[in-house]
Design a protein around this ligand. Structure first.
Ligand code: HEC
Ligand code: HEC
Ligand code: HEC
Length: 141
């Protein structure tokens, strides 16, 4: 039983490693540019807040993918994480860093809730035309 579980575990590790190799090994140049900002609006509009604009590229040049997508549990899907403020204030998701320690804290509502009202959850400007992105992130609208 213990051995089986170990094998299963290493199978998962191998699968995860292969996936990472696909992401970073084979297409490093596209990987740095093809994903734009992620607009998150599962709850914001309804709650009377502007949608959240997450500058993915800004974060990706500062942290390894693993920090967010493995350690912090962010799924690879725009809007796929059921994030709300309670979780953030509890130190989950964005709140793991935006706590006044690693990065500025949650009081700065407008820095995250910066989208145009009514913009649906989406990966914004995720096109190959955007091959050159300024280091500070995608241009603010
Ligand atoms: C600071 C945290 C963070 C880092 C670092 C990070 N991501 Fe993300 N990623 C996110 C968040 C947040 C989302 C959107 C999730 C949501 O909307 O719920 C996302 C979404 C995605 C998506 C789905 C949306 C899209 O753009 O197609 C992919 C694919 C992805 N990330 C790949 C990567 C890769 C590859 C890296 C490393 C090069 C990386 N991420 C680094 C936080 C991060
Ligand atoms: C792994 C740590 C980490 C996570 C997780 C994280 N951030 Fe950040 N974020 C940072 C750091 C560090 C900065 C830069 C802070 C500074 O400049 O003082 C930053 C900056 C930002 C900025 C400003 C970008 C700019 O152009 O100056 C926004 C907006 C932002 N984060 C939104 C989010 C949102 C929304 C989430 C969750 C979906 C999130 N962040 C998750 C670390 C993180
Ligand atoms: C670090 C980024 C960040 C900051 C700062 C932030 N939020 Fe959020 N907030 C989010 C994310 C991500 C979501 C989920 C977005 C969605 O899908 O609608 C969210 C969702 C919400 C929601 C809807 C869900 C819920 O929990 O009710 C409200 C209301 C909200 N935020 C209010 C605030 C207020 C008020 C502030 C300032 C005190 C604030 N937020 C600061 C990232 C942030």
């Amino acid at each position: 039983m213990a051995i089986e579980r170990k094998q299963w575990k290493s199978a998962i590790v191998i699968a995860a490693t292969a996936w990472m190799a696909v992401l970073f090994g084979f297409a490093p140049s596209e990987a740095t540019a093809e994903y734009g900002d992620v607009v998150m609006n599962e709850y914001s509009d309804e709650a009377g807040m502007r949608p959240v604009v997450f500058p993915h590229w800004f974060h990706r040049i500062r942290f390894r993918c693993k920090v967010c997508h493995a350690d912090l549990g962010f799924k690879f899907q725009a809007g796929g994480n059921d994030i709300n403020m309670l979780k953030i204030i509890d130190g989950e998701y964005c709140g793991a860093c935006h706590n006044g320690d690693v990065a500025w804290s949650v009081e700065n509502c407008d820095l995250c809730h910066s989208g145009k009202a009514g913009t649906p959850t989406q990966v914004h400007e995720s096109t190959l035309q955007k091959l050159i992105m300024p280091a500070g992130g995608a241009p603010k609208k």
